[in-house]
Write a protein of this length. Structure first.
Length: 623
């Protein structure tokens, strides 16, 4: 299902491409007869499941792994920069030396020192620190800084938002939006992909499906492809049944024709086997919350600070109070280093504040998904991680399961269960930690950056499970879409001890925070009389702005599309068997209907507002 990119249609040659590429590891085909190309001006995303070959494909494009057959094409003179998931940095160098070494020839207009210092500051990187002493998150940010300063023609970024805070992600979005070359992204951050991309590559069972649009709308597009494949599968099953019956009933006299038809039957079955090779989804089950009191925790006037390596006091929280009740879903957001994890640990009683008091409610049983995955011992096997006392039984909320069977629910193969944790990828470590934690009894989920290294489908399943969870959730995340879908209130750690609570999700937080941010500027306010005089002296608008006129023209089409989508979703949800047949997609459709109805209402209100404004301007112009 190939869609020709607009840039290709315009005749622009690719900067980087793989043609008829084939790669396999041992007995596993990673991709087969694969074609992919990147041209200047494209901002493409590469999506697919963990283990589906995204990172391997990125490495093949970067030239870090050789394909078995096919061709890798790089347009002469093209510079390619690549950010891997787990960058390996050379020892003995400082951060600033390593980034400086990647700078292109000097540009007299921009001092080299300023360019490097600016990007290190944006990414909160200590320039003088040795690469040997960096954490995993800092190492990734150094590799990102190096990739950005090279001024490449093609950027290949594998999970660039991991370990970045929200302001830095927004800055990176803006940088990449103005990048003139070709860009290919792997990311689990839906908002990041929605805001940036104009083309989508979906890697599925070793093939790449192309879509000449950005990530927005990917799910519906992918669902349609799978639905079409399912229809083809039904036709194929029918054909196989007919061919099998014909062969069984064939006479000996038709032996020669039988042989030819048997060959075709074997081909059909091979096609079916290829289609059935699609991997399963994680069988994730957070479970029901254990019983407990209505009060989960209460923090009264807590304050906490520490002194950094240079002796400067850093205030994490100052005079903050909050009450968390059963069923609350709270997201903690803020810049890296602002103290989100420190505050989280204080709230759940793992650390104590300098002043104030935190009281944990009766019967609270928490599980803690820590950001650094420190509860996983890298030298343990998957088996011993779930069965530390020996044996082959893991108790999943007090019910016995065989460890191999339980690990299969989280997409681990039987041969992996004796492998050590340190051999796992980031996504596999996340799934193992989920398997370990979700087996325990709990009524409070404490999740510190749970979305890192998860593929989008697993992320969707986690969102669905958390939506059904009837306990309490405390969540730290940089993923704006994930926060919006999961939480009902926000605790914003603003820095310098300022911590504020806001109702709603991330977008609600932005709307509520904007007036506060504007009011907090130090500019003195002018008297209202002066403001009024100034506004009277300004030229009065006589027509809609360009953007307003464009919205007025485009909104009727959008409203009609929303209405069509609403009818389709209502028809789908009216099927009484839909929920019992597919409860996960039923909930997704329900959520999509609510979102579409809200978008339809907002669009109608905006159209009415613009139409009234247009008429008012037209009337005033006539006068």
């Amino acid at each position: 299902m190939a869609v020709t990119a607009s840039s290709r249609a315009a005749g622009r040659p690719p900067l980087l491409a793989l043609k008829s590429a084939h790669l396999r590891y041992a007995d596993k085909v990673i991709f087969d007869t694969l074609d992919i190309s990147i041209t200047a001006g494209e901002r493409a995303c590469l999506v697919g499941r963990n283990g589906g070959g995204k990172s391997t494909l990125m490495r093949a494009l970067a030239g870090e792994v050789d394909i078995d057959s096919g061709e890798r094409f790089v347009q002469p003179g093209t510079k390619v920069a690549y950010l891997p998931q787990d960058p390996r940095l050379p020892p003995g160098r400082s951060v600033i030396e390593h980034v400086n070494a990647a700078l292109p020839p000097a540009d007299d207009r921009i001092p080299r020192d300023y360019l490097v210092a600016a990007i290190l500051d944006r990414l909160s990187l200590p320039g003088e620190r040795l690469l040997d002493n960096l954490s995993g998150g800092e190492a990734r940010r150094v590799a990102l800084a190096r990739a950005l300063v090279t001024k490449p023609d093609v950027l290949l970024l594998d999970e660039p938002t991991n370990h970045l805070d929200l302001p830095t992600i927004e800055w990176l979005e803006d940088e990449l939006r103005h990048f003139p070359g070709g860009l290919l992204l792997v990311s689990h951050d839906r908002t990041f992909l929605d805001n940036l991309t104009n083309r989508t590559f979906w890697i599925e069972r070793g093939k790449v499906f192309r879509r000449n649009h950005g990530f927005s709308g990917f799910t519906d597009w992918a669902d349609k492809i799978l639905a079409d494949e399912e229809n083809q599968q039904h036709k194929l099953d029918k054909k196989i049944a007919e061919e099998t019956r014909w062969l069984r009933e064939g006479l000996t006299a038709r032996r020669k024709r039988n042989e030819g038809r048997l060959g075709r039957l074997l081909e059909l079955r091979q096609v079916k086997a290829e289609r059935l090779r699609r991997p399963g989804l994680v069988n994730m089950d957070v479970g029901k919350a254990d019983s407990g009191g209505s009060l989960v925790l209460e923090a009264n006037d807590i304050s906490h600070s520490f002194h950094d390596a240079e002796g400067r006091e850093k205030i994490i929280v100052k005079n903050f109070s909050v009450t968390v009740k059963r069923g609350d879903r709270i997201g903690l957001i803020g810049r890296n280093g602002a103290g989100k994890t420190s505050l989280l640990k204080m709230l759940i009683g793992r650390d104590k504040p300098d002043r104030g008091r935190v009281r944990i409610g009766f019967g609270v049983e928490s599980i803690y998904f820590d950001q650094k995955r420190e509860s996983l011992n890298p030298d343990d096997t998957l088996w011993s991680t779930l069965c530390p006392g020996g044996g082959d039984t893991v108790f999943v909320r007090d019910k016995p399961r065989h460890v191999a069977s339980y690990l299969r629910d989280f997409l681990f193969r039987d041969r992996q269960i004796t492998a050590k944790v340190k051999t796992l990828s980031g996504g596999e470590r996340n799934r193992l930690l989920m398997a370990k934690l979700f087996a325990a009894n709990h009524n409070l989920l404490v999740l510190d950056e749970p979305t890192n290294d998860l593929d989008i489908e697993t992320l969707d399943l986690l969102q669905d499970e958390l939506a059904r969870y009837d306990g309490t959730i405390l969540l730290v995340s940089h993923d704006r879409d994930f926060i919006d879908r999961v939480v009902t209130s926000i605790i914003a750690v603003e820095g310098d001890g300022s911590v504020e609570e806001y109702a709603g999700g991330f977008n609600d937080y932005l709307r509520q925070r904007t007036p506060v941010a504007a009011a907090s500027t130090n500019k003195p306010r002018k008297p209202k009389t002066n403001t009024a005089k100034q506004s009277r002296s300004e030229p009065r608008a006589t027509k809609l702005s360009f953007n307003e006129q464009r919205d007025l023209e485009q909104l009727p089409g959008k409203i009609a599309t929303y209405e069509q989508d609403i009818v389709k979703l209502q028809t789908l949800l009216a099927d009484p068997a839909f929920f019992s047949r597919d409860p996960v997609n039923f909930e997704r459709a329900t959520r999509r209907l609510a979102e579409t109805e809200l978008a339809h209402s907002d669009a109608e209100e905006r159209w009415l507002e613009l139409e009234m404004r247009r008429e008012a301007l037209s009337t005033s112009e006539d006068q």
